[in-house]
Ligand binder design. Structure first.
Ligand code: CBY
Length: 434
């Protein structure tokens, strides 16, 4: 629903922010952009955050684009800190990296938590654990290269220790961890470009010292990764898919010396993203948090622990009203979908669910009918539920195995908790290698 009329102060603030970023000619166009941005902010403000990484990503994005809502930031900070306190060593390396990025995004009182809890030192250890795992498990990290890139970025921005020789060695674009099933992961490549660019800037600014050959190798990695990101530009101007575009934009914004002006048009990609926002593609908090900085021309490299938090120079008070009364959903009709589990052989069934159901509802219905064939387990991630096993067969990152979800034989770009199924659709969960 368009809410901009209900958000006068927010609208004003956004207008202020946008006009300080870019100059638009068409007023209608600007109005639509404002509506899209306020819908993203609504998602960030009203979401129920189920884990600390979601809260950290939201806090980081809000701080980066300079939206200062004291109460909201306090609430998010509390959730992030609570997560560190309760999970502590169980946080993955990327989760810890994002905690540091969010709490220290700019000069603010939460920084003391980073110091008091020695978060940067913990991250250094976690990064080394990732590398040790690669050495003992055929080059596979504990998590993935997206998180290793988050680690390097946070260590680089928060004066942590890392070896530039190690970075140059592990982040070579030929490394298999940039690819899933042979396909270049734009999200991963983009996060790596941000991390490597941070390291390169630290070398140039003489914050760290290294050999000329290491500098050259990092520089060459950035160039190759940028080319790979650009080669994933689609006809609709998105980079990879809609959910990788935000980070890819950030990577391209910090690496403009590596491509020619005619190779990428920022505005066209922004237009494509706006189209998707108005169609409701960013309703989950992670998606909203990841796209927001790119829309405002900001990148994770703008994180600066020593500068005051950006904000509007005026004392504008952003007020976002609570959501209006929620009317009960209309009685929904039933739809029928086909569902298969594929390992070596395929087991199929037909399931009836309510219209508007998601992939997970189908899996649950099938499981009720036959626990042996359709039984599954899952875990919560920042993007929603992730299927960890089906028929007792468990995904394993040391072996690069996972359960892939598909519709009509095509991999889905949303998770089981978000993808809304359609009548007559052929859904499949397939034992795969990435
Ligand atoms: N974040 C992470 O650690 C995740 C990194 C990431 C590159 C991520 C995408 C990008 C991001 N912005 O966060 C990622 N996915 C990874 C690494 C993985 C692998 C996870 C295992 C591992 N070693 O860490 C793996 C197995 C290759 C994978 N993603 C699988 C899947 C499928 C999940 C199915 C299931 N079993 O539940 C799925 C649904 C693809 C499919 N068709 O099977 C999938 N991923 C999707 C769709 C996505 C996108 C989510 C978009 C959305 N709206 O829900 C994604 C943004 C993301 C999360 N994966 Co992965 C990529 C995209 O489409 N652009 C760091 C942490 C601190 O938060």
């Amino acid at each position: 629903m368009r809410r901009v009329q209900q958000l006068p102060h927010l609208g004003l603030l956004l207008f202020f922010l946008i006009s300080s970023q870019r100059c638009k000619t068409s007023e209608v166009y600007e109005q639509n952009q404002l509506q899209d941005l306020s819908s993203l902010l609504n998602t960030l403000v009203h979401s129920h955050y189920t884990n600390g990484v979601q809260a950290a990503s939201a806090l980081l994005s809000l701080r980066l684009v300079g939206i200062q809502r004291q109460q909201l930031q306090q609430k998010l900070t509390q959730e992030v800190i609570e997560d560190v306190r309760s999970k502590g060593p169980d946080l993955s390396s990327g989760q810890l990296a994002w905690t540091i990025m969010a709490l220290g995004a700019c000069r603010n009182p939460d920084e003391s938590f980073i110091r008091d809890f020695h978060l940067v030192q913990h991250l250094e250890e976690k990064f080394q654990e990732e590398i040790r795992n690669m050495e003992t498990h055929n080059g596979n990290p504990l998590t993935n290269y997206y998180q290793l890139s988050q680690d390097v970025l946070a260590l680089c921005l928060f004066s942590g220790n890392y070896l530039t020789t190690e970075i140059a060695h592990f982040f070579t674009p030929e490394n298999k961890n940039y690819y899933f099933g042979g396909q270049f992961s734009v999200d991963t490549g983009a996060m790596a470009v941000l991390a490597l660019t941070c390291v390169k800037r630290s070398i140039i600014n003489q914050q760290i010292k290294t050999d000329q050959s290491v500098t050259q190798s990092i520089d060459s990695h950035i160039g190759i990764l940028v080319k790979k990101i650009l080669s994933e530009k689609k006809n609709n101007d998105l980079l990879g898919n809609i959910y990788s575009t935000g980070e890819a934009v950030q990577a391209l914004l910090v690496s403009s010396s590596y491509y020619k002006e005619n190779e990428w048009n920022y505005q066209r990609t922004l237009d494509a993203v706006h189209k998707e926002i108005s169609q409701g593609a960013f309703k989950i908090p992670m998606a909203a948090a990841q796209i927001l900085p790119a829309l405002m021309g900001k990148t994770y490299l703008d994180v600066n622990k020593d500068s005051p938090c950006p904000g509007t120079s005026s004392n504008l008070n952003v007020s976002i009203p609570e959501s209006g009364p929620v009317s009960p959903p209309p009685p929904s009709s039933l739809i029928t979908v086909h569902y298969s589990v594929k390992v070596n052989k395929t087991d199929s069934t037909t399931v009836t669910v309510r219209n508007g159901s998601v992939f997970l509802d189908v899996m649950e219905k099938a499981q009720e009918h036959n626990k042996t064939i359709f039984g599954f387990t899952m875990k919560e991630t920042s993007w929603g539920p992730y299927i960890t096993s089906v028929q007792g067969l468990k995904a394993n990152s040391n072996e690069r195995t996972y359960w892939e979800i598909l519709s009509g034989g095509i991999p889905l770009s949303q998770g089981v908790g978000s993808y809304v199924v359609h009548d007559g659709e052929y859904l499949e969960i397939r034992w795969s290698k990435y």
